[in-house]
Design a protein around this ligand. Structure first.
Ligand SMILES: [Zn+2]
Length: 160
């Protein structure tokens, strides 16, 4: 995914969240988001302050914005220190990494947000290999097909 597309997608998620929670979209928040998208990989709030420039941004703004972006699922926290200061974050959006649920009966596919699996996959290390992105398919039965199967079963029971 191109950086600009990535930024636009991330901004859209941020705007959606801000809209839902009546938060303002400030230039500082956009600067922080832009810096995160520009620098690939994990980062700390201190990194963000350095990227944006300590003269432009306060530490409190960076911490608050990262918390908001985490709630909006734009970033996720990889490590949190007990003193609440040395946190390590990562952009959740990436090279179109997706988790999709597939109905094995009708073939219906839906993309799902599954934060714990996403974090687990992002933290996964394979020997002699650098992971860039992933695709996960979870197979099963959709609600519609499960209901149909149940109706067929009930009909078969009645006719016995
Ligand atoms: Zn189905």
């Amino acid at each position: 995914m191109q950086k600009q597309d990535l930024y636009e997608q991330a901004e859209l998620m941020m705007l959606e969240y801000q809209g839902m929670h009546h938060l303002r979209n400030t230039p500082e928040r956009r600067l922080i988001l832009r810096a995160i998208v520009e620098h690939t990989g994990g980062f700390t709030p201190a990194d963000v302050i350095e990227w944006v420039g300590p003269n432009f941004i306060s530490a409190a703004t960076v911490y608050n914005t990262l918390k908001m972006l985490e709630n909006a699922h734009v970033v996720h926290c990889l490590h949190a220190q007990h003193n609440g200061r040395l946190m390590r974050y990562e952009l959740t959006l990436g090279e179109q990494s997706t988790i999709q649920i597939v109905c094995a009966k009708c073939g219906r596919i839906s993309t799902v947000r599954d934060k714990s699996t996403e974090i687990a996959l992002h933290m996964k290390k394979y020997p002699n290999f650098i992971m860039r992105h992933y695709s996960v398919y979870v197979f099963g039965e959709c609600k519609h097909c499960a209901k149909l199967a149940m109706q067929k079963l009930n009909a078969a029971r009645k006719s016995q």
